[in-house]
Design a protein around this ligand. Structure first.
Ligand SMILES: Cc1ncc(COP(=O)(O)O)c(C=O)c1O
Length: 392
């Protein structure tokens, strides 16, 4: 039997970006500042860990419910009603191994070979892999670059063909940090309804919002719940990236197909870590607010410092842990800037082009993964770089 090696390589190709290059320096013990990896720097809140440890001590170590533990899904159902305006029964929720797993199960369940999925560009690259592994084809529709990467309904509609099956939405958006407005989501919803499309809605950053910005789940708009697979995770908001826990929400007919995948690839998520998730969802949300307040401090530092550098301009992100500064005025590609920053100053940033051609002219800078002091150091190094570049 011949392995479909080219399909596997093609699908995993976009996974690492600048991290791969930085890893070579790290292997030589060189002090590298990471502004490329999108993970929280905080420890998981204590009460979440305690609940998980207790679950282990209480003997919650055996097989559980395929959907996820019922009391956990009941709590998630309440959270969805309260925060997302989504009315979902526990049978319409499956606990997943992070949002990644929910997105993978969605693509495997929803796509037939040759089906097209529209990604809004600049896009989150890991969704490309999942679509391709399911035999689907990526079609990109540019976001409106001149309006802070807002949704461009016309650009999306132009990309629809008889093979279009799904639109992948990331809201709040990675890499741009934008929170889509009600009007933008309504325009996308109208297209989905008109052309009878599914929407895979990645809401992993739903809690990381600044300046009073409100997050709207597209499934809460009229006519959308029946065609949306809403994906959430504990990853970012509760600093639980290593725990691998999230949940997918879809109506029963879609959920049955998703469950066919999740039951066969992991059976269900570890029972005792679901106790941690239950504690996270039912406990005080002050821990989330404290982490977001610190992220905001780091965001403000990064944006004000970047905007003072020659040939760099940075819009203030509404949400997420990413700034997406424009570096077009340097006249250099994002790859060349990122490579030079790494080689000359050991600061790792991601290239805008990593998020598709529409991201070119930008860098993506994560301000969530390093401490305030380390970010300050990184900004000092970047300032030296951009000043020297402008003087050369
Ligand atoms: C938009 C987006 N979706 C999904 C993920 C992955 O989430 P998880 O770790 O829960 O699988 C990330 C991680 O950076 C992300 O930025």
């Amino acid at each position: 039997m011949k392995w479909p090696a080219d399909r596997i390589t093609k699908s995993s190709k976009k996974s690492f970006g600048m991290y791969e290059k930085a890893a070579k320096l790290m292997a030589q013990n060189i002090d590298v500042i990471h502004l490329e990896v999108g993970r929280p720097s905080f420890d998981t809140p204590y009460h979440i860990k305690e609940a998980t440890k207790k679950a282990l001590d209480d003997g919650l170590v055996h097989y559980g419910d395929f959907f996820g533990e019922l009391k956990f899904r009941e709590a998630l159902s309440e959270k969805l009603a309260r925060y997302n305006n989504i009315i979902a029964t526990p049978e319409e929720i499956v606990v997943t191994s992070g949002l990644t797993h929910g997105a993978y199960a969605t693509c495997m369940a929803a796509l037939d070979p040759g089906d097209e999925v529209i990604l809004l560009e600049p896009y989150y690259p890991q969704h490309v892999n999942k679509v391709e592994l399911a035999g689907g084809k990526i079609v990109t529709a540019p976001l409106n670059r001149n309006e802070g990467f807002s949704i461009d309904a016309q650009a999306i509609e132009q990309k629809i063909t008889p093979k279009t099956r799904m639109i992948a939405l990331v809201n709040p958006a990675n890499p741009t940090g934008r929170v889509y407005s009600h009007d933008e989501l309504q325009a996308l919803a109208e297209i989905a309804i008109k052309h009878d499309l599914l929407v895979m809605s990645d809401e992993v950053y739903e809690q990381i919002l600044y300046d009073g910005n409100q997050h709207i789940s597209i499934a809460s708009l009229p006519g959308m719940q029946e065609r949306t697979i809403s994906l959430f995770a504990f990853t970012k908001g509760y600093a639980m990236d290593g725990w691998r826990m999230g949940y997918a929400v879809a109506q029963r007919n879609l959920m049955e197909a998703i469950l066919k995948i999740t039951i066969n690839d992991i059976a269900h998520v570890n029972v005792f870590i679901q106790e941690g998730g239950y504690a996270a969802i039912t406990g005080s949300q002050d821990c989330v607010l404290e982490m977001v307040a610190e992220d905001k401090r780091r965001r403000d530092l990064v944006c004000s410092r970047l905007n003072a550098m020659p040939n760099v301009s940075c819009e203030i992100p509404d949400a997420t842990i990413y700034a997406f500064p424009n570096i077009e005025a340097t006249g250099l590609s994002s790859q060349s800037i990122a490579d030079s920053l790494l080689a000359q100053h050991q600061v790792v940033v991601e290239t805008g082009a990593f998020y598709g051609a529409a991201g070119e002219g930008h860098l993506r800078i994560c301000f969530g993964a390093e401490s305030y002091e380390r970010i300050e150091q990184a900004m000092n190094r970047m300032e030296k770089f951009f000043v020297a570049l402008a003087d050369s």
